[in-house]
Design a protein around this ligand. Sequence first.
Ligand SMILES: [Zn+2]
Length: 64
Amino acid sequence: MIKLKCEKCGIDYEKPAIFKKWNDENPNVFFKWSLKFCDNCRRDIEKKALEKLPEVIKTLANES
Ligand SMILES: [Zn+2]
């Protein structure tokens, strides 16, 4: 496990060390957020990101 500090609420939390390895090999938002935010804050951020998704899709559709 690696010890991390949530960038949003400042709580200390742990994640399996393999997450960091996977993120280095294949960076994606799931691992990035897992390594930056505790589970509670990450769920919050993911929820907000998903709520914005329809707008993003609309923008992309209009631009193509
Ligand atoms: Zn947090």
